[in-house]
Design a protein around this ligand. Structure first.
Ligand SMILES: *[C@@H]1O[C@H](CO)[C@@H](O)[C@H](O)[C@H]1NC(C)=O
Ligand SMILES: *[C@@H]1O[C@H](CO)[C@@H](O)[C@H](O)[C@H]1NC(C)=O
Ligand SMILES: *[C@@H]1O[C@H](CO)[C@@H](O)[C@H](O)[C@H]1NC(C)=O
Ligand SMILES: *[C@@H]1O[C@H](CO)[C@@H](O)[C@H](O)[C@H]1NC(C)=O
Length: 406
């Protein structure tokens, strides 16, 4: 038909027609291009909504998208090169490898967003994407212990100054269950959980001659039964607990320990027998971690040995500070944790193999932090001690050493 019409037209009109067809075609092409552009744009903006599902369903986007979930912004912008939300990286003080994209606004905002996510996951109304592997295995509980130094005598009430630092824990972790355990709560806890399963442990706890030893043993029992974070009352929380474990490790870590002493190339210290000694003024753990059962056995064995060598019952021991450290305290803790680490990694021969760590190490289910993680501000072990607070510091121990004294 068309052909016919063309052929029947005069030459100029044919040319005219061809020209018009060209025009039409370029108009059409332009239209198609516009359409393609529009589609791309549309897909992008839809992508903002759907994007969340992709990474989440792969299960390795952090839960703590607690942090990002509430301000979906972190997922949205298409250009960021990394799939992980910037907030994570910023907070992931323990994640040294990523170039820090530190969004300045995220500093302390995330905590307030945590409750939203908790509610969301409970009601299940908002988030269709499951994040089963992303949640920390360490429950949101904070434990601190305040036992009287002289349990017999009725001492004046607790100096409120000794509790000044506790609010750093509650304010940085508004969604954790914070519990300060006093003597009565401690006795009740030990009795109720162990009087049937392990009566001799209850007796041992009750007869421990030293408040430091009681506090030591109690933290292992609390974390064994309840899990969470234990920290001495003379520690200052520096980072929300939800940020302690790098997002991609959260489904693996069941115990977080920090280094106190690292002899490195230098000499040793009086009373420190390990090349690298772990601290137990702060410990994070999933409940039931086997390290605590082993630690309780160690405590029982050490005290039996001390009792035997001094030929007095445990209640009458007058342990030196080294004996405290090596029966219930950090030296014993280091022995027990290190033995577990060796079980996970045969190449570990001596605590010296943990020396000179520059970033946290995951060994089995145990995350070992560098000295600055729990031990910043010390004048040894290459702890940061210039008045600054390093990015990787999670806790600042003030070393009031309430248990030492006489
Ligand atoms: C927090 O502690 C209270 C009181 O001990 C308890 O009733 C509650 O179940 C705890 N919540 C969590 C999440 O553990
Ligand atoms: C530390 O305690 C363990 C276990 O009781 C014991 O075998 C070891 O000899 C003690 N170390 C020192 C240096 O006393
Ligand atoms: C390190 O600190 C201890 C006490 O905390 C102090 O006795 C010692 O002199 C300090 N050492 C140096 C080199 O500053
Ligand atoms: C000590 O730590 C700093 C960073 O905190 C590091 O730059 C330095 O290399 C470390 N020193 C040694 C001897 O490893």
């Amino acid at each position: 038909m068309r052909h016919q019409r063309t052929s029947s037209s005069s030459l100029p009109s044919v040319l005219n027609h061809v020209a018009r067809r060209r025009q039409y075609r370029s108009l059409l092409i332009a239209g198609v291009i516009l359409l393609v552009l529009a589609t791309i744009w549309l897909r992008d903006s839809i992508g903002v909504v759907g994007f969340g599902r992709g990474p989440h369903s792969q299960g390795h986007l952090p839960s703590a998208n607690k942090e990002s979930a509430s301000d979906g912004k972190t997922d949205a912008p298409s250009p960021p090169p990394s799939t992980e939300p910037a907030i994570q990286t910023a907070q992931h003080t323990t994640e040294p490898m990523r170039p820090s994209t530190t969004p300045p606004s995220t500093k302390f905002s995330p905590h307030s967003s945590t409750p939203t996510t908790l509610q969301v996951s409970e009601t299940g109304t908002q988030t269709p994407h499951p994040t089963p592997t992303a949640d920390s295995l360490i429950p949101p509980k904070i434990w601190q212990i305040l036992l009287p130094k002289y349990p017999g005598k009725e001492k004046p009430p607790t100096d409120p100054k000794s509790l000044e630092e506790t609010q750093s824990w509650t304010s940085l972790n508004p969604n954790s269950n914070y519990t300060l355990i006093d003597q009565h709560a401690a006795n009740a806890f030990v009795r109720s959980h162990f009087s049937h399963s392990n009566p001799s442990l209850v007796e041992l706890y009750n007869t421990l001659p030293n408040v430091g030893m009681k506090s030591d043993l109690l933290r292992y029992l609390l974390l064994d039964i309840e899990g969470g974070v234990y920290s001495d009352i003379d520690t200052v929380a520096l980072k929300p607990i939800s940020s302690w474990i790098p997002a991609h490790l959260r489904s693996k870590v069941k115990l977080v320990v920090g280094i106190e002493f690292d002899r490195r190339d230098g000499g040793g210290w009086v009373d420190i027998t390990h090349w690298v000694q772990l601290c137990q003024w702060t410990i994070a753990a999933a409940p039931g971690h086997p390290v605590f059962g082993k630690m309780v056995e160690r405590v029982q064995r050490s005290l039996a040995e001390l009792s035997e060598s001094y030929r007095v019952p445990v209640a009458e021991l007058k342990p030196s500070s080294y004996e405290v450290m090596n029966s219930t305290g950090p030296a014993a803790w280091t022995d027990v944790v290190f033995e577990m680490l060796q079980g996970y990694d045969e190449t570990l021969k001596d605590t010296k193999d943990l020396s000179f760590m520059t970033e946290p190490r995951l060994i089995g289910d145990i995350l070992v932090l560098t000295v600055d993680g729990f031990g910043m501000g010390q004048n040894h072990s290459n702890s940061t001690n210039d008045g600054s607070v390093p990015e990787v510091a999670l806790v600042n121990h003030l070393f009031r050493g309430s248990w030492r004294g006489d």
